[in-house]
Design a protein around this ligand. Structure first.
Ligand SMILES: Nc1nc2c(ncn2[C@@H]2O[C@H](COP(=O)(O)OP(=O)(O)O)[C@@H](O)[C@H]2O)c(=O)[nH]1
Ligand SMILES: Nc1ncnc2c1ncn2[C@@H]1O[C@H](COP(=O)(O)OP(=O)(O)O)[C@@H](O)[C@H]1O
Length: 204
């Protein structure tokens, strides 16, 4: 039987650096997992490309996807919908390849319910002051949105206990190395557990 891939979920508060860390991971030639491109109703930012950064949808199109059960999870975040295409995730895992999701915490919670065997990694800022600094220097938000995102961030950080691992994003390269090390270790651990189980069955 074809071995199933691992579902890796990277989440954490907005502005912590999820997008930055994910882009760095996928720019490295030795990265072997597949990135699941999300659907969103958010307008493209300058330089963003449909089908590369997101699949950009209208609200009507997105709600149609929800009613057709085409999303593994979805959440409304600061006035826009974001969601993960279920067919892509299932097909890629079934083909034996690891899938990487970079999503906010409400969505990650839904994925945990559907895929409890996934690997859930929470990206932490070094401090709340540094988090606010990152959101402000990114410069994509108005003052109101920044306040909103900081309030959401506090609630999001309280959800960290639901994750398998917490990784600090002090430096992007270090955070990437930690995430990759966790994935490698998790593969080894699961293989060992499986082999032990097979041995037990053979001994019967
Ligand atoms: N639940 C969910 N969240 C997503 C998905 N794709 C992206 N997000 C999250 O939505 C939030 C807003 O994303 P975005 O508008 O691109 O802004 P930024 O990542 O904060 O720069 C971030 O926390 C993303 O990680 C998705 O498919 N599902
Ligand atoms: N380790 C880091 N150190 C300093 N700044 C960072 C780091 N990681 C990300 N940033 C910066 O923080 C801001 C928010 O990062 P982003 O990837 O958009 O966050 P998220 O996707 O979690 O909302 C960006 O300006 C980014 O360049």
């Amino acid at each position: 039987m074809q071995e199933k891939g691992l579902l890796i979920v990277l989440s954490g508060p907005s502005g912590v650096g999820k997008g930055t860390v994910r882009k760095e991971i996928f720019s490295q030639p030795d990265t072997s997992f597949e990135y699941s491109i999300s659907m969103t109703t958010r307008k493209p930012r300058e330089g963003e490309v449909h089908g590369v950064d997101y699949f950009f949808k209208t609200r009507e199109e997105f709600e149609e996807l929800i009613s057709q059960g085409k999303l593994l999870e979805y959440a409304e975040y600061v006035g826009n919908y974001y969601g993960t295409p279920v067919d892509y995730v299932r097909e890629t895992l079934d083909a034996g390849r690891d899938v990487f999701l970079e999503i906010e915490v409400k969505g990650a919670r839904q994925v945990r319910e559907k895929f409890p065997e996934g690997l859930f990694i929470f990206l932490m800022p070094p401090s709340l002051t540094e988090l606010q600094h990152r959101i402000v220097t990114r410069g994509t938000e108005t003052e109101d949105l920044i306040r909103n995102r900081m309030l959401t961030a506090r609630e999001e950080i309280e959800m960290m206990h639901l994750y398998d691992y917490v990784v600090e994003n002090d430096q992007v390269e270090l955070a990437c190395e930690r995430i990759k090390a966790i994935v490698t270790a998790e593969h080894c651990r699961r293989e060992r557990v499986e082999q032990r189980y097979i041995k037990l069955l053979e001994a019967e």
